[in-house]
Ligand binder design. Structure first.
Ligand SMILES: [Fe+2]
Length: 490
């Protein structure tokens, strides 16, 4: 396996040689110390003038030296954003200023344990387990507001654009009694936001709907047989799909003082389909082969009886003892995701299709968000590099109509981020626009923002915007059109 050099950078609070066991604090993953604003960025090629808006990407960026262990998922949220307007670009990076980060700022050191250690239950925490709510995972634009979300369910933090200033936790006008997890979904037809929250205490899962004006309209507990690690959900115009996948922290072992993760391959995967405004008892569960899913691609109603969902599925999210794999890992998590198709039949109550569509390891899928919950033709997924840590060496454009794919490779020692689809002004078709993504170059420890014409995908970037500092590899991204940003400003 090709090893990427880890000599380039290291978290500033670590000494040389301390990095063993903390690979996600080194090289292209190393956190940055400075929050900067840079205007009129240098551009290779030309920024197209037929689109405008802001690409923002979330990432873990631990501000303080870890107390003991470190996992990539631990770091404080940091947003890296590039605002593009009239062919010019401005870059900003800012921490998501969470309550937990404020506590650590006051202490001047890390207070919280890693997610791979027994939590310190004396600390305030979300997810009932005194874990650090970092807001480091996902971004969703809803009700004129960008929200930073945390994968383990936390406060949705409102972010001001284009400044990336944290406005505070949004508790939905006082109505959000628990949390909101990463990967809430916005319906392009109604502006409704569908979300879930999961916890170690019952109810293990809740589901809610927020209307386009930010009012909590619906909120119900979902009955699960026990605590489950959740990471995504799907929507269609009439339904939401919630997951029951057998990966979890062993809460019984935690009572004995042991911190253990489990993947129970003896349990099936189950997908709960509930009407958008359905009550708890209206959810119907569809069984399927045992996998774990970080991210689904999209779901849609094929007809009145059948729902289709595409997702990146993993057979062995925790490698069994004694087995070896070339797949990247994040702590105890093993990543071998493949693109799969599900069909759920509402008439028979059966999963009629579970089919792997591509053997290439890929994840972090995105679509044109105007197709969220509707039949999409395209998705854009990140291809895994052959490396022990998670890196993306190419972007794949999947065509579900033609059953084909195209790969745009970033080039040697260059690694991308999750892309976002930015529509061209007055776009005429689903792929009429640009893919925007940060690309890190390991040869000189620099980063650019690449703009790729989605209809001329294999030709590569039409413009490369030079970012005046390294942008560490990170998590999820979004694109906010200039018109949406301006509507908020007025
Ligand atoms: Fe995610």
């Amino acid at each position: 396996m090709k090893e990427v050099s880890k000599e380039v950078a290291i978290a500033s609070y670590l000494q040389e040689g301390e990095i063993k066991g903390m690979p996600y604090l080194a090289g292209m993953f190393a956190p940055v110390d400075k929050e900067i604003t840079a205007e009129n960025l240098k551009v290779e090629g030309e920024i197209p003038r037929d689109f405008a808006g802001m690409y923002v990407r979330n990432s873990p960026n631990p501000k303080y030296r870890p107390k003991r262990k470190h996992n990539w998922f631990d770091g404080d949220g940091m947003l890296h954003g590039v605002h593009i307007e009239n062919g010019k670009a401005t870059y900003r990076n800012r921490y998501v200023r969470t309550q937990a980060l404020a506590m650590e700022d006051q202490a001047g050191e890390a207070l919280y344990n890693s997610i791979i250690e027994m939590p310190d239950f004396s600390l305030p925490g979300k997810h009932s387990a005194s874990l650090k709510d970092t807001g480091n995972t996902d971004l969703i634009f809803h009700n004129g507001n960008l929200k930073a979300l945390w994968w383990l369910s936390g406060d949705p933090y409102s972010i001001k654009l284009p400044e990336l200033e944290t406005l505070g936790a949004d508790n939905l006008k006082g109505e959000l009694k628990r949390n909101m997890a990463a990967h809430a979904k916005v319906c392009p037809l109604t502006g409704d936001l569908m979300f879930y929250d999961f916890d170690m205490r019952p109810p293990y899962l809740t589901y809610g709907v927020v209307d386009k004006n930010g009012n909590l309209k619906h909120y119900v507990p979902i009955d699960l047989p026990g605590y489950r690690m959740q990471h995504d959900m799907a929507i269609t115009p009439n339904y939401s799909i919630l997951f029951d996948l057998p990966l979890y922290w062993d809460t019984e072992a935690m009572k004995r003082g042991k911190f253990m993760s489990m993947f129970n391959k003896d349990l099936p995967s189950r997908f709960g389909i509930i009407p958008r405004f359905g009550q708890s008892h209206e959810i119907r569960w569809f069984e399927a082969p045992t996998v774990f899913i970080y991210h689904m691609v999209n779901a849609y109603e094929l007809n009145e009886n059948e729902l289709v969902m595409h997702a990146c599925t993993i057979d062995k999210p925790i490698l069994p003892k004694g087995e070896e794999s070339d797949a990247p890992t994040i702590g105890f998590m093993q990543l071998e995701p493949k693109l799969a198709k599900y069909v759920f039949n509402l008439k028979t109550g059966k999963t009629t299709t579970y089919e792997i569509l591509d053997d290439v390891w890929n994840e972090f899928p995105i679509i044109n968000t105007q197709k969220m919950g509707l039949q999409n033709r395209f998705s854009y997924n990140c291809r895994f590099a052959h490396n022990s840590e998670l890196l993306f060496d190419a972007l794949i454009k999947y065509d579900y109509q033609q059953n084909s794919s195209k790969h745009y490779e970033y080039g040697e020692h260059r690694y991308g981020s999750e892309a976002a689809f930015a529509p061209r002004n007055n776009a005429q078709s689903e792929d009429d626009g640009y893919l925007v993504t940060f690309v890190y170059d390991g040869r000189n420890d620099t980063s650019v923002l690449e703009i790729i014409d989605a209809q001329n995908f294999e030709k590569g970037a039409v413009a490369k915007i030079h970012i005046p500092q390294r942008v560490p590899i990170g998590f999820h991204a979004c694109w906010v059109n200039q018109a949406e940003m301006m509507a908020v400003a007025q």
